[in-house]
Design a binder for this molecule. Structure first.
Ligand SMILES: [Fe+2]
Ligand SMILES: [Fe+2]
Length: 609
């Protein structure tokens, strides 16, 4: 309703009245009233002048056909025509003034409203763009609406639940709001949004409202929409019957329109993230699938990494007391753990699983043993040909053949053990291998045939383990490939360390690891965690080609030794023991045969070299 006193101020009206009064004789009076209230008056008794007063003439002041006030004139002259003319003239002047002022205020009000809306939009866009998480967007939406709707007491944001259908409550605001929304959810909120969106004041007497809600006088319901896609809803409540005005609705609509876009962006971002993590999982599975022996390594290492990282965050004292990972830090660490061996896609699978010195695509010991068998038969045939019959000419000849065959059988055992890396490479062993490698024979079909080829001798002469230097370099190259591959992925700034964390999993704290030989403070905690997890998984894995799975205590013995000698971080190892990380993982992933008694105190008291 338009009120005259809000349009015309006394100082605007009074000059007009004074000019008109000057044309009237003494004793006349003029006034402008808005209902009971006097806006301005001049002349004798103007304050008490009322429309029904004697000799008082009135002029109705109107805007948009609505009477908003009266112009009153009391004429002390006997000239009635003068009074009527002045009433009409001054009244129309006041009417024009009121109309002009009303239009000016309306235009200014609209401009102010537009400015406020623009300011609200700008602030909302800034607030919502700070996060790509629906939960954060929902929280900001509730905070922004509550700061602008004075009588809002509680609110909730709902999102469409893609999996279960219907709405899922994402975020609430206000005292006891959860209990209230539990009750409200007895209704079909989706239906409610289509039948009664907007303001529902005085719900206790609202014809369409079907539910009694304690402490709730009014509701405001709005859908969250983006690109015509229904994403959820905003529900606000107030304790009084007339809690919400149309201005509250307008502001809430502005905020929900921006929030809808922000939530849609958050969904798109989450979908992209899920897709990326699926690729990572597929890649980890593919690396594991390349080897029947290390299957599951790339999936189990992240599990151990997660357990260690949680222990690092939980501990309240010691070197890790101040360590806390941000949400992005967790993601970075998990990605690095999942992809730490991705460079193995460039390593031949036979080399990853190489369990004997002569294994390549096949184990060449089988060829050597076949040749030994041929040699034995060649000796037998040669002997029988020399004897010219089926029996040895004398006992000595028979014994000599038997001794040579026995020696070859022993050579076969020796070569088999040597191939498995079970025989120490002493001078005598090396001499015997060279002697056997020099064994040659010919027969009627050709020759000479060699018992052991050059590259087979090279393999058998490996001093430790089953890898030649070249093969070891090839294996170690997987870390360089990991770094190279991950460096090509354009990770966002908050994940920029994935390549370096993953690429440090074969570094040692004493700086003697590979590929860079960084240690000490140059080796990030994340790489140390992955390194510890990597070794522990490898030691306890069920199907490594080199050995049967180790017991828990044996694996921890080896880890203790590695922490003592600068291979893995001793502080992390102590945490691994003290916080029981090894035990949790053992019960999750190891077979019951592997889990034996562990003397934690022995590991915790170990000195470091
Ligand atoms: Fe590795
Ligand atoms: Fe690994």
């Amino acid at each position: 309703m338009i009120e005259l006193r809000q349009i015309l101020k006394p100082k605007m009206v009074r000059p007009h009245l004074e000019r008109a009064l000057a044309l009237l004789p003494d004793g006349s009076a003029l006034a402008v009233r808005s209902g009971e209230q006097l806006i301005a008056g001049v002349g004798e008794g103007c304050e008490a002048m009322l429309p029904e007063g004697e000799g008082v003439m009135t002029f109705s002041l109107r805007i948009d056909d609505q009477e908003i006030g009266l112009f009153l004139l009391k004429n002390a002259s006997t000239d009635e025509a003068l009074g009527a003319t002045l009433l009409d003239f001054a009244g129309n002047a006041l009417q024009g003034l009121a109309q002009a002022e009303h239009t000016r205020k309306a235009v200014a009000g609209e401009a102010l409203q537009s400015y406020r809306e623009m300011a609200l939009l700008q602030r909302a866009v800034q607030s919502f763009s700070q996060s790509l998480k629906p939960e954060t967007v929902a929280r900001i939406l509730l905070q922004e609406t509550s700061s602008r709707a004075a009588r809002m007491e509680f609110g909730a944001v709902y999102l469409q639940d893609g999996e279960r259908g219907g709405f899922r409550r994402l975020c609430v605001l206000g005292d006891h709001a959860d209990a209230l929304f539990d009750k409200l959810e007895e209704l079909d909120l989706q239906r409610l949004l289509t039948t009664t969106p907007g303001i529902l004041n005085d719900i206790a007497h609202h014809p369409k409202w079907p539910l009694k809600l304690d402490r709730v006088g009014a509701l405001l319901l709005l859908p969250l929409v983006s690109n015509d896609e229904k994403l959820g809803a905003l529900v606000l409540g107030g304790g009084t019957a007339e809690a919400f005005a149309s201005s509250d609705l307008k502001r809430a609509e502005t905020l929900t329109s921006v929030a809808g876009t922000a939530i849609r962006n958050a969904h798109l971002f989450a979908a992209q993230k899920t897709m990326f993590h699926s690729f990572v999982d597929v890649m980890s599975s593919a690396i594991d699938a390349a080897s029947p022996f290390t299957g599951g390594h790339c999936l189990r290492v992240p599990q151990i990494v997660q357990l260690i990282a949680h222990a690092v965050e939980d501990v309240q004292e010691g070197p890790f007391r101040d360590v806390a990972f941000s949400e992005e830090g967790w993601e970075e660490l998990q990605l690095a753990a999942s992809l730490h061996d991705c460079g193995k896609v460039n390593t031949p699978s036979w080399l990853i699983d190489k369990s004997t010195k002569l294994e390549t695509v096949m184990d060449r010991i089988e060829l050597i043993l076949s040749r030994l068998e041929l040699l034995k038969r060649h000796l037998v045939l040669t002997a029988y040909e020399a004897w010219g019959g089926t029996r040895p000419p004398n006992q000595d000849a028979g014994a000599e053949l038997a001794a040579r065959l026995q020696a070859l059988a022993e050579d076969a055992d020796f070569l088999t053990s040597c191939n498995l890396g079970k025989i120490a490479m002493t001078e005598a062993t090396v001499d015997r291998l060279h002697r056997l490698a020099g064994t040659e024979w010919s027969d009627v079909l050709g020759g000479p045939y060699r018992l052991i080829e050059e590259r087979e001798l090279e393999g058998l002469l490996i001093k430790r383990g089953t890898l030649t230097d070249k093969e070891r370099t090839l294996i170690e190259d997987h870390v360089r490939h990991t770094i190279r591959m991950l460096s090509k992925i354009p990770f966002p700034a908050e994940l920029k360390n994935v390549a370096s964390y993953a690429g440090g999993h074969h570094e040692r704290v004493d700086g003697k690891g590979y590929p860079l030989g960084v240690g000490g403070d140059g080796l990030p905690l994340q790489s140390r965690i992955i390194a510890l997890a990597d070794v522990f998984e490898a030691l306890t894995a069920p199907d490594r080609p080199y050995r049967s799975p180790l017991s828990l205590s044996r694996a921890l013995d080896i880890l203790a030794d590695m922490s003592r000698t600068g291979h893995i971080d001793p502080d992390l190892f102590r945490l691994f023991i003290r916080q029981g990380v090894y035990r949790i993982y053992a019960h999750l992933c190891l077979s019951s045969d592997q889990i034996d008694a562990v003397d934690e105190n022995r590991y915790l008291s170990l000195a470091v070299n």
